[in-house]
Design a protein around this ligand. Sequence first.
Ligand code: GLP
Length: 262
Amino acid sequence: MEILILPTAAEVTQLTAHIVSRRLRATPDLVLGCATGRTMERLYAALVALHQTEHLSFAGCRTFNLDEYVGLSKSDPRSYHTYMVEHLFRYVNLKRTNTHLLNGTAPDLAAEARLYEAKIEACGGIDLELLGLGEVGHIGFNEPLSALRSRTRDKTLTPTTREQNAEMFGEELSEVPRRALTMGVGTILDAKEVLLVVTGEKKAGILASATEGPITAMISATALQLHPNCKVIVDEAAAAKLAGRDYYRWVFENEPEWQAYR
Ligand code: GLP
């Protein structure tokens, strides 16, 4: 794991967008794992800008989203399907047939989850997985006690997660679905490279637990400590409670890979 601390959320977005664009230019048929949430909105806006101004092409890119609410149809304005269309898909040259999201209205959720795993495998696995961090420490919707080897399946959302995401439901808690389909922790760990993007002081405590605390199923993001190629990209506000932040800065200053970003 490598923790990259940038001064502001805007710089976190720029660095993450540069890594994604570098990977996409090197591997035009990149299999990209997509996350949702407010943090990712800024990243998708930056990728759209790179598409428009620097001809970053998504023509061969394949995408797999992390999760979707159970019970919301793909055309529901609050679904992650709609989120992806509104923040990325409609602005770039991704082929819609190359975009994959879980179907939250599938009659058989277990079968839908199995099919999704098979589709990821048929594409050769995920090359680059984008992740945000939930306030309970989840990645995707892997809520506390998610098995560290879990695969795609449906999960019950914690009250904290439902409150965190209520904004997208007009702050109406009763409108937030109680369940979601999500890639498992094991599915995420199988990605070849992972970028965890975390900004803001509200996430400082959970980021410290996720990266420096013991590995535990209570905080699914701690499983990323096992991943051989995981970068955690954070702003100063989110980094405030990291015990090792001076060391992480030292590594960032000395790694040749980051020379252009310092
Ligand atoms: C939701 C998503 C997660 C995401 C989290 C962070 O819970 N299922 O994948 O990481 O939101 O959201 P935000 O960036 O809005 O804090």
